[in-house]
Design a protein around this ligand. Structure first.
Ligand SMILES: Cc1cc2nc3c(=O)[nH]c(=O)nc-3n(C[C@H](O)[C@H](O)[C@H](O)COP(=O)(O)O)c2cc1C
Length: 354
C-alpha cells in the first residue's frame, strides 16, 4: 500500500532501469548536500498551539500572482520520458489538475508548446542559458509564445557536478528520447551524456550582467533558482527578479552546499517583501512544507517526489503524490493550530541543533 512519498520511491525503484533510477535519485559526489537537505527538516521542533479552532484550514495562496491550491510546485526536472511514455504531459496534467504550478525543464522530453496546451493550469519554463545566446533567445521566445507564465533561470549550474553513479552507468538518454525544446536549433541530442552536453552548450561565464540581459529580453517575470546566500538573493532582487528559489539543485551541484531549509530565513530577510522566496531540496512530507513556510518560504518545489509518482503510476501516481503532500500538510497545520498560511512564523519553531 502506498501511504507516503517514500513508498512511491520504492515502487519507482523497482520499475525503472537501474541507470534511470540512479540518475533521478542521485546527488553530487559523496551526496553530502543530498543528505543534509533531508536531515534539516528533522532539526526543528514545532511548538504547536491548542484549542485554536481549526475546522476550516485554507492552504490556498498564490505564486507570482497565480492562485494555487496549496504551496507546492513541481520543480523542473529533466527527462520525464524515462519514467512514463507520455513524460512531462502526464506530470504536468497531474500537477495542474491539483491546482498547482508545473515548472518545465529546458531538458524535457516533451516540447513546451504541448505541455502548456495539455496542462489545466500555469506552466513556468526553467531556462538554462546556452553559450549561444541565439539559442537562449530562441528558447525564451518559444516559452513566451507557448504561454509559459514565467522564466525560472537556473543559476547554480556553471558546470554539472559529477554524480558518480551516472559515470559508472554511462548514463545517457535511452533511444528515442530527445531534448524536445532544442529540436530545430540543432542541440537536441544528448550524445556523449549529460555532463558532456552541459560542458559543450551551457555557459560557465554566466554572470549578473547576463541575468540583467535576460530580464531585459523578456516580458515574463524572471525567477532565479539555485541561491543559498542572502547577498546573492539581494543582488538578484535588485536586478528585478520576482522570486528567488533557495535551492542547491537537490544536492546535485556543490556537495558542500548548506541544507537549503537552513538558508530560507536569512534569504527572506535580505530581499524586499515583494520578492517571493521559494525553496526546494528534501521536501518529502506535508509537514516539511509547513516548516519551510514558517521560515519565510511562500511555496516549495518538489523534484524527485514527482518523478517517483510518475514512475510508479504515471499521471495518477503524480496526482496521488500531490494529494498525499496536501493531506499531510493539512494534518500538520491543524495539529499546529494554524488555519491559514499567514499564521505560520518562525516563532512556532525551535531549532534543535546548530
Ligand atoms: C532527476 C533530476 C533532474 C533535474 N533537472 C533539473 C533541470 O533540468 N533544471 C533545474 O533547474 N533543476 C533540475 N533539477 C533540480 C530540481 O529542480 C530541484 O532543485 C530538486 O530536485 C529539489 O530537490 P528534491 O528532489 O529533493 O525535491 C533536477 C533534479 C533531479 C532530481
Amino acid at each position: 500500500m502506498l501511504v507516503n512519498v517514500n513508498d512511491y520511491q520504492e515502487v519507482a525503484a523497482a520499475r525503472l532501469s537501474q541507470a534511470a533510477y540512479d540518475y533521478y535519485r542521485g546527488g553530487a559526489r559523496d551526496e553530502l548536500a543530498l543528505d543534509r537537505n533531508r536531515r534539516a527538516f528533522q532539526e526543528y521542533a514545532v511548538h504547536y498551539k491548542v484549542l485554536a479552532g481549526v475546522e476550516q484550514v485554507d492552504l490556498g495562496t498564490s505564486v507570482l500572482g497565480l492562485p494555487v491550491s496549496f504551496p507546492v510546485m513541481a520543480a523542473p526536472t529533466a527527462f520525464h520520458g524515462m519514467a512514463d511514455p507520455q513524460g512531462e504531459l502526464s506530470s504536468a496534467r497531474a500537477v495542474t489538475a491539483e491546482g498547482c504550478v508545473f515548472i518545465l525543464s529546458t531538458l524535457s522530453n516533451t516540447p513546451i508548446e504541448q505541455v502548456v496546451e495539455q496542462a489545466s493550469g500555469p506552466v513556468l519554463f526553467q531556462l538554462y542559458v546556452y553559450k549561444d545566446r541565439g539559442i537562449t533567445r530562441e528558447l525564451v521566445q518559444r516559452a513566451e509564445r507557448a504561454g509559459a507564465r514565467a522564466l525560472v533561470v537556473t543559476v547554480d549550474a556553471p558546470v554539472l557536478a559529477v554524480r558518480e553513479k551516472d559515470v559508472r552507468n554511462g548514463f545517457t538518454l535511452p533511444p528515442g528520447l530527445k531534448l524536445a525544446n532544442l529540436s530545430g536549433v540543432g542541440n537536441d541530442d544528448l550524445g556523449g551524456g549529460l555532463g558532456d552536453y552541459v560542458q559543450r552548450h551551457l555557459d560557465p561565464s554566466l554572470s549578473w550582467r547576463d541575468l540583467e540581459w535576460l530580464i531585459g529580453q523578456t516580458s515574463l517575470p524572471v525567477v532565479a533558482k539555485g541561491i543559498v546566500r542572502p547577498d546573492d538573493a539581494a543582488q538578484a532582487a535588485a536586478l528585478g527578479v520576482r522570486a528567488v528559489v533557495v535551492s542547491n539543485h537537490g544536492g546535485r551541484q556543490l556537495d558542500h552546499s548548506p541544507a537549503t531549509l537552513h538558508c530560507v530565513a536569512a534569504v527572506r530577510q535580505a530581499v524586499p517583501e515583494g520578492v517571493e522566496i521559494w525553496m526546494d531540496g528534501g521536501v518529502r512530507r506535508g509537514a516539511d512544507v509547513m516548516l519551510a513556510c514558517c521560515l519565510g518560504a511562500r511555496a516549495v518545489l518538489v523534484g524527485r517526489p514527482i518523478l517517483w509518482g510518475l514512475a510508479a503510476a504515471g499521471q495518477e501516481g503524480v496526482r496521488q503524490v500531490m494529494q498525499t503532500l496536501r493531506q499531510e500538510m493539512m494534518e500538520a497545520m491543524m495539529l499546529t493550530g494554524c488555519s491559514r498560511l499567514d499564521q505560520l512564523s518562525p516563532s512556532l519553531l525551535e531549532r534543535l541543533k546548530e
